[in-house]
Design a protein around this ligand. Sequence first.
Ligand SMILES: *[C@@H]1O[C@H](CO)[C@@H](O)[C@H](O)[C@H]1NC(C)=O
Length: 329
Amino acid sequence: MRGSPMSRRAVHRFRQFARFAVGSVKIKLLLGFCIFFALILLVDRASSFTRWKRHQNFVDPSDSHRKGYTLLINTWKRNDLLKKSISHYAACPRLDSVHIVWSEPDPPSDFLVHYLEDVIQENCKSWQQIQLKFDINKEDSLNNRFKEIEDLKTEVVFSIDDDVIFPCSSVELAFSVWQSAPDTMVGFVPRMHWLDQTMTNVDYYVYGGWWSVWWTGTYSMVLSKAAFFHRKYLEMYTNDMPASIRDYIAHNRNCEDIAMSFLIANATGTPPIWVKGKIFEIGSTGISSLGGHTEKRTQCVNRFVAEFGKMPLVSTSMKVVDSRSSWFW
Ligand SMILES: *[C@@H]1O[C@H](CO)[C@@H](O)[C@H](O)[C@H]1NC(C)=O
């Protein structure tokens, strides 16, 4: 018996419905699998991401070969400049820690310490926590700035005065130059010396400031007011260099930077490296603007030559520039 057209249609409908229902179950199943796998993928990604983040965050503090540098900043009763400098450098990419050489009679105020901690926190762009430390000195001596630092976490310091600021791009360039030549002093402020030809019977040297460097294109020192150098030189300055040199510097309140240049040149037998950097002077009075500066520096050079028993400084005319910012080629 054949069914009526009515029942046949009903059967057809039922089949259609059944096919649709099965199809929808398949789709649901497929969708379910998709979501499931997506979730698994996400969880995996998330865990590897947090693992990576954790790795970035918690670098072993005992690892002395950390890949950044320590800002070694010398300051004296100029908290406004200190705040400006530190808030600037905190934003530089490979800054690891900040050491402030403090030689004032009063210790830094809690207000200042908290202010600086906050400013570092706010401005720092790296994953890593930047450490802030004050190196508090009892006596006020220029030698304080090169004291050995026991708990230094990086191999290199970026020694800087509180009244000059260099853009992070310049600091980065100098840091990468230093990484290529880790025994060498790498800095932004070149100075020179030359042998005074009018003195025939003795070797008498003359200290040359910025204009001499500009005129001759030659230099033999970079000043520690803005330079990278290896931490071992701090130790050598404090422990190995003749105490008479440190005494002379403390007494004359000058030339600690020349002594550091002598020390490094004596140890390496090579010149320092001058890196071109944009300087912003934020303080107005420095000792270099006082009269009689060059004569005093010349005396220091000759005194140190006598102490070292030779002239260790080596002259060069090499200058490092960022090739991206040089105008032609
Ligand atoms: C200069 O270097 C020599 C050789 O490395 C070393 O023996 C001497 O002590 C150094 N002089 C000073 C004053 O550091």
